[in-house]
Structures are given as C-alpha cells and as structure tokens.
Design a protein around this ligand. Structure first.
Ligand code: FAD
Length: 546
C-alpha cells in the first residue's frame, strides 16, 4: 500500500505530481534543489551552479489553452504565447490555488534513490537528501522523478575536430546563454537547429556582425500564428485532423503536410528541407525565414572541422574569423541519484512502459514523469502521466503484468536504434500519446457518447482544439468546470487581443454563415478537408464565434 511519495523536482512535472498525489489522498513530499518552483521556466540571469533556465527572450511555443493544467485554465487576460515570467506566474497561481507550497522542501537536493533490502515485497525506497550540507535519510513507498530532461547539456565536442585543440575563439553550450549582449559585433556560428538554435540565431542576428547557422537535418519551420491568426497548435491539434491522419494513407498525409509547410515559403529554396526528405524535424519560428531572406543569418551544412579561427563545412566551404561557436545541440537525460541497477533499466524513454514505468521492477513504485517530447505541450503530457501514476499508487488502478509491459515496450522500441540522437527518439504524436495515457487512467472522453448526450460539446471536442480540459469530463478527477472551459476556450484566446475595438460587421462573415447553412453534408466534409489543409480556422465548430 503506497502512502508516502517522494517527488523529485518542483518544475511543472513536480507541481502536477504533487497536486495529483494530494487528489488521491497520498502523502507527498516534493524535494526541490533550488529555492523556488518553476524549474527551467524560472529565468535567472546567472548560470552559476549549473541550474538550467530558459533564456531571457523565450516565449512558449505551445499556446496557453493547449498547455495549461487540465482543471486550471490560464487567466483570460494572459496572451496565448507566454514569456517565461507569465508562465511562472501561472505556475505560482496553480501552486497557491491548490496549496502545494507547504509540501515542497526547497534547497534540498536528492542525492540517492535506492531500493530497500525488502523491495521485492515492500516496493519501498531509501531516499537520501541534502539541505544546507546536512544529509537526511527517508523511506518512501513510491518515487516520482520529475527532473525533466534538460539537466545535462549535450556537448558533442568529439564530433567537431579542432574545437578543443585548435580553435582560439570562445565556444559554449546554449545552456549558458542568457541574452545577446555578449555577442555584439561578433561573428557567431550557431551549431544545431532545434527550437533553441532557431531562436538564438534570430536573436543574435540583431546584434552580431554575422550569424551562421549550421544544420544537418532537414527542417520545416512553422509559425505560431496560423493562416487566420489563431494559434497554430489550436488549429492543428484537433481530433478531426488526428482522425484524418489515421484514415489517409501515410504517403498522402506526408504529401499534403509538405505542401502545407511549403505554402508559407519554399523550404528547398532556403536550404532547409525538401519534400523528398524522410528524416526531418519541425521547429517553430516566425522570424527565421525573414532573417535568411535578409541575409542576417546564413545557413551552412554540418561543420567538418575547426582551425584557429575558421570553420570548415562538409560542402567544402569555409567561414573565416569566427569569434564564438554556440552549440545548440540539446540535452541528454541523466538521473545521477538513481542506483545503477535501476538506472541501467532504461537507456532511453522507450524502455519505459508508456514512457513512465521501468517494467522490470518487482513493484511499480517508481515513475519517471515528463521524459517525453510531444508534437504538442510536454506540460500536458506530464500532468496526464501524473494522474495515471498516482491512480496506480493509490491502488484503484493497476498496471498489466510485467510480461505484458515488456512485450509492449519491445513492440514500440525497434531493436536497432536508427537515429543516434536520443532526443529524436522522444518525439510522439500529442493526441495519440495523451489519449493513450488518458485511456489507462480512465479519463479519455468518448466523442460518440457525447454526440448523443451533449452534441454541442461533442462537436467542439472533435473539430476544435484538443485542449487539456477534455480529459476532465469523465472518470476520476472529473472537473465540473471542464465543459465551460472547452466552450469558452476561443474567448480566452481572443480576449487579450481585443484591446482595441474594431468594427468587423462587414467582413463578409455573414455570407459565410449563409453558405454554411445551405451546404450539403458532402460539402461539409469537403469544407473540413479544406479547413485542415488550407484554411483551418474556418471550420464552423473549430473556430470562435466572431
Ligand atoms: P524542469 O522544468 O526542468 O524542472 C525540473 C526541476 O527538478 C528543477 O526545478 C530542478 O531544480 C529540479 N531538480 C533536478 N534535479 C534535482 C535533484 N537531484 N533534487 C531535487 N531537485 C532536482 N514545453 C511545452 O509544453 N511548451 C513549450 O513551449 C516549451 N518550450 C520549451 C522551451 C525550451 C527552451 C525548453 C528547454 C523546453 C521547453 N518545453 C516546452 C519543454 C519543457 O520540458 C517543459 O515545458 C517543462 O518545463 C518541463 O518541466 P519539468 O518539471 O519536467 O522539468
């Protein structure tokens, strides 16, 4: 019987875990090594002590409606995409509202987590913590590891001959980057094009003498702003689109997607990606295409080697007088406090059952929260994992037998790792993954059932954005405000934009409504297809009432 739960880390994963433990009547203690909540979203100017924080100019790339806690919508006057201080403010509101702070021990680092000698029967853990140099031992019935996967920078220097031995300039990892000032007037080479590499290149291009961006993967660039100005993730992450992805042959889906990606600008012309690419990544960045178009950022292929002051690239070109190399090469996950016999059970998150539980453990009392990368908000993923996990700890939910969990893991994990980059292995479809965990937790809504009982809500759920409130309509943890939150999500999206009244009575929308009314069902289907691939926000149920 699990009662006492250790939660490691008070970022968004730790806060959600804490709240879910309390909902289930468990006794959690959250250990946070820094002095405050928020994890990497709590920006600090200093990089001392190796604490990971986002950079000063960061803005979320998932919208507030698609990233919030499922029973606690973001304030309606917050913008859709949040700078770090507003996201942290939202976390503070959540922690206050659910009275979480008194369960957190700040400035307390977890040093080790080891199975107790009777683990086979008790499932208990010995946890050693350190506060102000004083160590303390605790016994817990279960442990939730919520330290994210941004604790250890991935700095693959061996792949860049000369960087350590010949190069006389400065090099650093993006973890150390806070703002562009230190790079003023310099010639900077950014290595790697994830969201961070894209953001930092754009920011540096405003002050640096020149920015080169070295990329090796085909990369599609997305804007947070969709065709009609609504947040892209709200328009794209719908159950209807998800259904079409499942329905259509993959080759056709890919073709349509690539066409849509190229409708903003032709990625091949910019040297970013080709429609023939099978391996590719997607990043969010509104400004990168313009920086490339205006020459403030120059794209380069992979670096072959460095000399004293130059970078030689794989296409044979050289860039001279490089002052700084900024590695935006991501992070590798690491759980240094876990005993070796447990740590060795998972070399990446695919070795975990549903990316959460090491299936080989004699007792399912260890859960890894947030070790997942989704095509939508990781925060929503972490909260859903926490709801499922705490249901199991509380004893009303069960995991399948170890053999079944192992079979599931092996099915999902190809025996040969195709891509050496561990981060690529983490990417999962947002709706598929959240639905999968929600099914395990018994909180996935049934659109068909809702169609019979509450058609308006069913249509909003199917054609509208897959916001987290959907997972509070049924099952344990059902929230009475969920229906209202879904039906008002577009209002909260538009509210912060409506700071100036504009008369839009003659924008032609009346004509559009008449057309909708007169259209035959077949035309509706065509309209939905159109809404997905060219004018997404025009779907009459997906869009707001303007
Ligand atoms: P973290 O926020 O990293 O928190 C981990 C906490 O654990 C920290 O407070 C740390 O101090 C503590 N800790 C670590 N080790 C110990 C220890 N041994 N003992 C005690 N405490 C410990 N996700 C989105 O959904 N939307 C976005 O727009 C988005 N943008 C991102 C942009 C960047 C640049 C990055 C890096 C990530 C982004 N993410 C985004 C993903 C991000 O992982 C999640 O948003 C979220 O912050 C992860 O929270 P977490 O609690 O899992 O980890």
């Amino acid at each position: 019987m699990v009662r006492r739960v250790a939660i490691i880390g008070a970022g968004v994963g730790g806060l959600a875990s804490l709240k879910c433990c309390l909902d289930e009547g468990l006794e959690p203690i959250c250990f946070e090594r820094s002095e405050d909540i928020g994890g990497l979203w709590r920006y600090t100017d200093s990089t001392d002590g190796g604490r990971v924080s986002v950079y000063r100019s960061i803005i979320t790339n998932t919208s507030k409606e698609m990233s919030c806690f499922s029973d606690f919508p973001c304030p309606e006057d917050f913008p859709s995409f949040l700078p770090h201080h507003l996201l942290l403010e939202y976390f503070r509101m959540y922690a206050r509202h659910f009275d979480l702070l008194r369960h957190i021990r700040f400035k307390t680092t977890v040093l080790s987590v080891r199975k107790r000698p009777d683990f086979d029967t008790s499932g208990q853990w010995d946890v050693v913590t350190e506060t102000d140099g004083i160590q303390e031992s605790h016994v817990f019935d279960a442990v939730m590891v919520c330290i994210g996967h941004y604790q250890k920078p991935n700095l693959p220097l061996v792949s860049f001959p000369g960087i350590e031995t010949r190069f006389k300039g400065q090099y650093l990892h993006s973890q150390e980057y806070r703002d562009a000032e230190a790079f003023r007037g310099k010639r900077v080479l950014v290595v790697g094009i994830g969201n961070t590499g894209g953001d930092l290149s754009v920011e540096l291009s405003r002050v640096a003498a020149k920015v080169f961006l070295s990329i090796r993967t085909n990369t599609w660039v997305f804007s947070r702003v969709s065709n009609h100005g609504f947040p892209t993730d709200m328009v794209n992450n719908t159950r209807f689109n998800h259904f079409l992805d499942w329905l259509l042959p993959p080759a056709l889906t890919k073709w349509i997607k690539f066409r849509k990606f190229n409708s903003w600008f032709n990625h091949a012309n910019y040297g970013l990606a080709s429609t023939k690419s099978s391996n590719f990544k997607i990043i969010i960045n509104e400004e990168l295409p313009f920086c490339l178009l205006s020459g403030t950022i120059v794209l380069k292929p992979n670096v072959k080697e460095f000399t004293e002051s130059s970078a030689l690239f794989e296409d044979g070109t050289t860039e001279e007088n490089i002052d700084v190399v900024l590695f935006a090469t991501g992070y590798v996950f690491s759980f240094p406090f876990l005993e070796e016999s447990v740590r060795s059970l998972f070399d990446d998150n695919r070795s975990l059952y549903k990316r959460v539980f090491p299936p080989q453990l004699e007792k399912p009392t260890l859960a890894i929260i947030g070790l997942v990368q989704l095509t939508g908000s990781v925060m929503v993923g972490a909260e859903m994992q926490a709801r499922w996990v705490t249901g199991i700890f509380a004893g009303w939910n069960k995991l399948p037998p170890a053999s079944k969990m192992m079979a599931d893991v092996l099915k999902k994990k190809p025996p040969v790792q195709r891509n050496p980059s561990k981060r690529e292995n983490l990417k999962l479809s947002f709706i598929s993954y959240i639905d999968e965990i929600a099914s395990c937790a018994g909180v996935k809504p049934s659109v068909l059932r809702l169609l019979l009982t509450d058609p308006r809500l069913a249509l909003a759920i199917f054609f509208g954005p897959c916001t987290p409130y959907q997972y509070r309509l049924v099952g344990r943890g059902k929230w009475s405000g969920a229906r209202e939150a879904i039906l008002t999500q577009w209002q909260r999206t538009l509210k912060p934009l409506r700071t100036r009244v504009v008369d839009d009575s003659s924008d032609g929308s009346d004509g559009w409504h008449w057309m909708c009314l007169l259209a035959l069902p077949a035309a509706l289907v065509a309209g939905f297809l159109l809404s997905k691939y060219s004018r997404p926000s025009w779907s009459p149920w997906a869009g707001p009432q303007l």
